[in-house]
Design a protein around this ligand. Structure first.
Ligand code: MLT
Length: 261
């Protein structure tokens, strides 16, 4: 008996499927500019991860790891009829999930795009901070827990772009506290993928934001260097949300990569 989809999936266009996984604590509208650019020649598959956007509610008892979420993504894709090979694009937490997806379902992948993310696990200090933030979300609500993150998400000049800031705030603050808790604890429990990067044989595109404070470009460059078939690019004037902060540059890199597959 097929299960119920834990993710919410929205599709646009026809052609080879490109599946997009957003970061924390956002939703699939992160990819609004990529949707327009890709849909004339691709099937754009936008995923709201469990508990985010319009996906069904979830909590820490249902999903405990990036692997659990990768399984939820695959199950939801199957339920939506996306059974052909895909290109998977993941930003930050979406990238952590994409690495787990590769580990579990690599035969499903034609290519992998990792943006504004990293392969390492959390330090002991980072794990402690995540646990405290998770508790804060449950006690004081989502806004209190996630608002300190805002200024780290965007490059400094982009923090004065009202539309961008409004979108980020609305997206972050509308996430239920239970989802914040689930995602933080699952990220804190994630594995270190650094030693497995050399096994990723499929074509990969690794994109960093020049001013990304959360997942710095230097770390992403080292990550790409360990992947045998990866190309690496830095997006100028971008913080942690390169697809949204510099959509034209990002789309150019993505379309160029897809054209070579
Ligand atoms: C994200 O953008 O998904 C998060 O910043 C990732 C993280 O907190 O490690």
């Amino acid at each position: 008996m097929p299960g119920k989809s834990k993710c919410s999936i929205e599709r646009h266009g026809d052609g080879p499927a490109i599946v997009f996984l957003h970061g924390y604590p956002l939703n699939r509208s992160l990819w609004q500019y990529q949707t327009d650019a890709l849909k004339p020649a691709h099937q754009v598959v936008l995923v709201d991860l469990p508990g985010f956007g319009v996906a069904p509610a979830t909590d820490r008892n249902q999903l405990k790891s990036m692997a659990d979420i990768a399984d939820a993504v695959e199950e939801s894709l199957q339920l939506a009829g996306n059974v052909e090979p895909i290109v998977l694009v993941g930003l930050s937490m979406g990238g952590y999930i994409a690495l787990e997806y590769w580990a579990r379902y690599r035969e499903r992948l034609r290519g992998l795009v990792l943006t504004n993310t990293k392969a390492s696990a959390d330090s002991a200090e980072a794990i402690e901070t995540r646990k405290q933030t998770a508790q804060k979300a449950m006690v004081s609500g989502t806004e209190a827990a996630v608002s300190p993150m805002l200024e780290k998400l965007l490059a400094k000049p982009n923090l004065s772009m009202p539309e961008l800031v409004t979108w980020v705030k609305q997206s972050m603050y509308s996430v239920p506290p239970q989802t914040i808790e689930m995602a933080l604890l699952a990220m804190a429990a994630r594995h270190d993928f650094s030693d497995r990067l050399a096994q990723i044989q499929i074509p990969a595109l690794v994109i960093a934001g020049a001013e990304d404070e959360i997942t710095p470009a230097s770390g992403m460059q080292q990550m790409a260097a360990r992947m045998p078939n990866a190309e690496f690019h830095i997006v100028p004037q971008s913080g942690h949300l390169s697809p949204l902060e510099q959509p034209q540059v990002f789309n150019h890199l993505l379309l160029d990569f897809l054209g070579k597959l």
